[in-house]
Design a protein around this ligand. Sequence first.
Ligand SMILES: [Fe+2]
Length: 342
Amino acid sequence: MAHIPVQHGPSASTLGTPRSQIGVVVDRQTVDLKRLEKRVGRVHWQQRVGIEADHATQIFGRGRTFFHIENWYSIHTVIRLTLKALGLYGRGLRNAAAIQIRHNDVFLPHLPKAFDGFTLLQLSDLHLDMDEDYPAALIERLRQIHYDACVMTGDFRAKTYGPFDAAIAALAKVRPHLRAPIYTILGNHDSIQMVPAIERLGIATLLNEAVTLEHGGARIHLAGIDDPHYYQVDNFDKAAANIPPEEVSILLSHSPETYRLAAHAGFDLMLSGHTHGGQICLPGGIALMTNADCPRAFCRGAWRYHTMQGYTSTGSGASVVGVRFNCPPEITLHHLRVAPTQ
Ligand SMILES: [Fe+2]
């Protein structure tokens, strides 16, 4: 099988680096990417990097849905000009900057008592390089909240391909305002080659992997799958391999499209993003499109499938065009609770 070469572009880690040291930095990136390839395995690595290389100009017919508006850059201009002509563009920008803090109580029957009240902050779909003022707006909200661990459900970059330096630089600005531990997954806007830079910021990336969260002498499990929407490189077998079935487990999945696989894999809670709740909605929050191959009930807010509970964040950023209507951006605090006995 042919080995797909990694494309090295300028990266966040070379920003501001003297020219004489750039060779050393590039060598370090090569070592980091080789280490990452070994960690995720040859097949996952080649599929992810290969599809990223194929991806650059494809609009139709890949991934779980036929049409990917996020990949069709000429339509972005059409939407922007239409909103300007209708006099709605300014209002849409203001809506997109007004990030809400949402609370979601999750009652879990088998949650260890020590985790009663444990709070997870979920950040999703930051698209950090969409607007240079966005990190400051997000930081202002982060200063107002308290939580025990942070999880991120993917989509750091605005575009679906190309350089990611600006997104990483913006993430570096936000990072000091986040409380550790911090875990993330990758979305369909993210390259696997971003992972070393993300992890150098102290944000662990779960690529079909799981970690154990310990608190007060008890433990639960947090797993994360790689993007299931466009790349379809999610692997439940690998992600859940070391999770005892009788213990509480939470899954991070960029898109809610995996709800059936996750429920039947035995997860207790699934946290997702990707849909942006529609981002541009009719009054009442009716999405014009969700960009997800699943029922709309799974595309925004809290939901349940069999015994698994789920939550799909509207995201705190915006993509395609940086506006929102009838669908506020959010950061979400999930408060884990022991379910009362019946
Ligand atoms: Fe997104």
